[in-house]
Design a protein around this ligand. Structure first.
Ligand SMILES: [Zn+2]
Length: 287
């Protein structure tokens, strides 16, 4: 295996704990291992599965991740990616009692790794850890990580294989939060960058599927409210763009958006859609 694929796990004891006994994990050859000798091999793509009993979602499979990757790489989410990069503190901002160590960013539910790779590229002096519950998505994310610097792993949001107080910044893009686990892994002065879909996100598709959707009014206010109850909000902004979208991309998009997971996409006349609004709220908060 390419040594660079292993090297990124060289300081694993700083970040990773065994998902079985919660002891520190150390790099041992091409595996991460705890004192009890629970062993997690580094896969050839350059990730480690720290959730041995991972279940696959019927809605997220190789095909849906490939579709998502295609839409993301086509640039429709570039304004959201750029806003995420703006919201992430730079290495210089991670001062205080922990300065001197490499700061660490944890990408929660990273999917195919679009944001993690961008964050790592923009912040080479920062350790980026990224996980998802889906092995397929992590495989794809690691495969496309030409910089081979992101520490990819399969993991469980409800029981993160991450040490207490190891993280300077949690990044959560369109993923669920787990307040207790976020608080546990964050340093005292750490921040969360939380991204939720905006009110107008996908509105053209929602309008088209109106009859099939139980609730076309798309509000994330309760998610935001709940989040604000657990974290000290520093800033909140909305980024939005309405972009022309060719029919092939509309079709791909319709098949990848969680909005239509329970809809009969074949019954929709997707040719009515020629543009789509991609909108997100970006919240920066402290523990
Ligand atoms: Zn163990």
């Amino acid at each position: 295996m390419n040594p660079a694929k292993i090297a990124r796990f060289g300081d694993s004891e700083r970040y990773f704990i065994c998902p079985i006994c919660h002891d520190a994990l150390h790099l041992d050859g091409t595996s991460l291992r705890c004192a009890d000798r629970h062993t997690f091999d580094i896969a050839k793509q350059g990730y480690v599965n720290l959730m041995p009993a991972a279940k696959q979602s019927p809605f997220y499979n190789k095909e849906s991740f490939a579709n998502r990757a295609r839409i993301l790489e086509a640039g429709y989410y570039d304004h959201i990616r750029d806003a995420v990069l703006d919201a992430i503190p730079s290495a210089a901002d991670f001062a205080g009692p922990y300065s001197g160590e490499r700061p660490a960013i944890l990408d929660v539910g990273c999917g195919e790794g679009f944001y993690s790779r961008a964050v790592q590229r923009a912040n080479p002096q920062v350790d980026v850890l990224a996980f998802d519950i889906s092995k397929d998505s992590i495989q794809q994310a690691a495969r496309e990580d030409t910089g081979m610097a992101v520490k990819w792993f399969v993991g469980n949001l409800a029981d993160l294989p991450v040490r207490d107080g190891a993280i300077d910044c949690v990044l959560d893009v369109f993923s669920p939060i787990n307040t207790a686990e976020f608080h546990r892994v964050m340093k005292d002065d750490a921040v969360v960058v939380k991204v939720v879909p905006g009110t107008h996100h996908d509105e053209q598709l929602r309008e088209l599927a109106r009859e099939q959707l139980r609730n076309t009014d798309y509000s994330n206010e309760h998610v935001i409210e709940q989040f604000c109850g657990h974290f000290d909000v520093l800033s909140m902004r909305t980024v939005s763009q309405t972009l022309a979208m060719p029919p092939a991309d509309v079709r791909t998009f319709a098949h990848m958006t969680p909005l239509l997971f329970n809809a009969d996409i074949d019954a929709l006349d997707l040719t009515q859609i020629s543009e789509l609004t991609i909108e997100a709220r970006i919240i920066v908060a402290r523990k």
